[in-house]
Design a protein around this ligand. Sequence first.
Ligand code: SF4
Ligand code: SF4
Length: 369
Amino acid sequence: MNELVAVIGTGYDADCAAQALRSHGFRVERIVQGPSAPFQLSTLEGYVGSFALRGFCDGSLTALSVGAVVVATGNERVPLTALKKLPQHARIVSTKQLASQLTKPASITERASRQRQHIALTIDLMTPASREATREVIDLAGQLRDKCKCEVSVLYRELQVDTDWLEKRVRDLRAAGVAFHRLQAAMPEPDAEGITIRHADGQLRADLLGVAQPVRPRRDHPALAEALGIRVGEDGYLQPFNVHLYHFGGTARKGVYLVGRCHLDTDDSGVRQDAELVASQLAVLLTVNGTQPEAVLAWVDRAKCIRCLTCIRTCPHSAVELADAEGVTAAHVLEAACFGCGMCIANCPVQAISMRGQAVPAWLQEAAP
Ligand code: SF4
Ligand code: SF4
């Protein structure tokens, strides 16, 4: 079993995934994917424990042998200039821009501090709130209040206060004088002296408006998913959590996992937890002989198989192949790749497949030929 794990992606999510895997004793190969990246991923062949990641590096085909693949490509932030209805004005900046200027002298936040200005921040001005944007705005509101001592208002359509940390932080900010208002549909109206923002309790005048950039799925997800043999959800994120897989971060392909914002609406702490969960699952998958202790797997009776290829075509996890043994060609289940979903059993026209394993459900044992 190959214990080298490929982590696809750059940035915080991929760093967390690599760190969590290393802490579980895995060797990690970082893969930077994208149109301008040095490595152009083309296919992932094989199965868990023995994958071949193929792609082009400087124009020549190259292959990397890995035991598993972790995708941690993150999401994208929409630039404010792409928000059609948002007025483009010097008094409207992104919250990321404000946060990055907090430490710089002579920055707009430093000026705001000197002049005791009023800074308003919006979480979800034009699109549904994300946890990432919520956390970003709440953190920034606290820093502006503590470091700049300026007046701060937070505006939202939906305030997702769903963790103890966030609930406490919002309570503390309110106690420190930060105002929270529910937004109205009207767009902010900037002018030479300030900016007017309407909210459910009336309206406020601010000197500066910080807008949290909305998140969106990466546009290279479909190409990446095709290369890896995994799915993209209707929302454009990589296959969302599927309760039928019983794997957090699992995909339809055993040994290919998703970490962080490429499949979840989450913030940095959620990414760290997700990375740890996936690393723990891989530790079980790649170190217990490639299978889980209670594995339930499909098994083909070679004598019965008529080589109709139905199971090969219908297995959602590409876990069946045709194999020659003792002069007979028949379907063969790759145990390390099989999820034990039972789809092949339901479709085999000659009942050549059955379930084997320690925890075969009673109804399947009774149904077995
Ligand atoms: S049970 Fe059959 S269909 Fe399901 S993963 Fe295993 S081989 Fe594929
Ligand atoms: S569906 Fe049944 S008969 Fe057809 S290839 Fe698979 S095991 Fe063989």
